[in-house]
Ligand binder design. Structure first.
Ligand code: SAM
Ligand code: SF4
Length: 441
């Protein structure tokens, strides 16, 4: 491609290089202002009056085992805690429902942790309550664990109204499943995905992780082909991210993993397989069969997050619930929202956030930016778009701007460099301290 970039062969081995790049990028996007989340609840009633519709995210923070590489907020499942948690979530629903009234909910995404741990213990009650309390105008999307996908459970999932299901297959070779400490064999995982595919969901997504320790290109190719052969509608393929606060480094002490060039080659192998099979890129990580509605997480412009560690974004404020399940439940039992941290967003930050999520979805429209911010997109970002188009990272199609495969790859790099650092600070601190006074990103 004309002017396209190729990746350097080395990883961000120098911490200081990464730090300099991070601060430069921050300056570019938000003017170098300090990004600090504070222990201050926003005035929600006014903010909620100001929106037309919104998405919902529900976090289920329980798993039957804890995987050493996983950065998400979760703890081991206990039936009694889950029941109390369900009651707390319903109280949180009541508080928001009183503020939003009949405004339409345009997406509901249930993530975790492992939502299927509560399949028969609290989740049906929560969903019923959500449907009774909000003006639901959407399908339900939910994550699941392969070990929870018996025929009986799949029917129960469908009866909850879930139409888009994702499952954490992670790898198709036994040796990699063992390294990840996943509690099933490749054959059991495959059988679970096949049952999901045959169950009648609108979209079945399978997650896989690549750039696993000692993984070969041939194994990456085998993983991509196996998923296509299983008939999934979508694949989300993530390189293995190493979060400093997880147990991964202690378990796999050998550290660094693959270079950027090697990761890029792996991604290219997967892109080739999915495009040949008639999939298209629908987000930086995801490839969806053409014509299938994509399984999507929270990229809607405005959303409310329910549950411990649920994050909400309402135009000029981002806020986060406490990560601690006990504190979350106690706050709601006292009738208060469990908000731990909030960040007031300047217009420049809102625009940068909007752009990040739209680019993450691989395409966006200039006219949507104008509608959202009342400013011409090119007046704010025109010169960067021209540069990125010239470099082959974006394709400028008039109103629409589309990320190329090279662009998607460089967004991966950016994530490695930028969001992992932010997430580690924010989530790492929030896991240690239920009510942090301040977190500077
Ligand atoms: C909440 S889990 C999925 C549902 C369920 N808990 C499970 O593990 O099957 C979300 C997904 O994030 C991905 N993930 C978790 N930790 C990761 C890491 N360190 N690097 C890359 N992907 C990761 C995995 O693909 C995982 O399936
Ligand atoms: S990867 Fe899934 S099952 Fe494993 S700890 Fe994370 S959320 Fe739980």
């Amino acid at each position: 491609m004309n002017g396209s970039l190729s990746a350097p062969g080395a990883d961000w081995s120098s911490v200081s290089t990464a730090a300099v790049l991070r601060s430069q990028l921050k300056r570019l996007l938000v003017g170098g202002a300090e990004i600090a989340l504070e222990r201050k609840a926003p005035a929600l009633r006014d903010k909620l009056l100001d929106i037309d519709d919104f998405g919902l995210y529900l976090h289920i923070p329980f798993c039957r085992q804890i995987c050493p590489y996983c950065p998400y907020n979760k703890e081991l499942y206990h039936a009694e805690v889950a029941q109390r948690y369900a009651r707390a979530v319903m109280r949180e629903v009541d508080i928001y429902a009183a503020m939003v009234g009949a405004k339409p909910v345009t997406s509901l995404y249930i993530g975790g942790g492992t939502p299927t741990t509560m399949l028969y213990n609290g989740l049906p009650q929560i969903l019923e309550h959500i449907h009774r309390s909000f003006n639901m105008q959407c399908d339900v999307h939910m994550e699941s664990h392969p070990n929870d996908l018996s025929w009986e459970n799949l029917n129960a999932i469908l009866s909850l109204g879930v139409r888009h299901l994702s499952t954490g297959m992670e790898a198709v070779q036994d040796r990699h499943l063992r390294t990840l400490h996943r509690p099933y064999t490749a054959e059991q995982g495959r059988a679970a995905v096949l049952r999901a595919v045959d169950s009648g969901f609108r979209c079945v997504n399978a997650d896989i992780i690549f750039a696993l320790p000692q993984q070969t290109y041939a194994e990456v190719e085998e993983a991509g082909q196996a998923l296509v052969a299983m008939g999934v509608d979508q694949v989300a393929a993530y390189p293995l991210f190493q979060f400093p606060y997880t147990r991964w480094d202690q378990v796999n002490g050998n550290g660094k993993g693959f270079s950027l060039l090697q990761k890029r080659n792996m991604l290219r192998i997967l892109e080739g397989i999915f495009y040949d099979a008639g999939f298209e890129r629908t987000s930086v990580w995801a490839f969806t069969r053409q014509g299938v509605p994509k399984y999507c997480s929270v990229t809607v412009p405005l959303y409310i997050g329910l549950g411990a560690s649920g994050g909400s974004y309402l135009r000029d404020v981002f806020y986060l619930n406490t990560f601690n399940v006990g504190e979350y439940m106690q706050a709601l039992e006292k009738g208060t929202l469990p908000i731990a941290l909030s960040l007031q967003l300047s217009e420049r930050m809102q625009m940068a956030g909007w752009l990040y999520w739209r680019v993450y979805e691989t395409r966006f429209k200039r006219s949507d930016f104008l509608r959202r911010f009342g400013k011409a997109f090119d007046r704010v970002y025109g010169r960067y778009i021209r540069l990125l188009s010239w470099l082959g990272l974006l394709r400028d199609r008039g109103d629409e701007i589309v990320l190329t495969d090279s662009g998607a790859y460089w967004l991966h790099v950016l994530q490695d460099l930028f969001s992992i650092d932010y997430i580690s600070k924010l989530w790492g601190t929030s896991k240690q301290d239920p009510w942090p006074a301040r977190v500077v990103l």
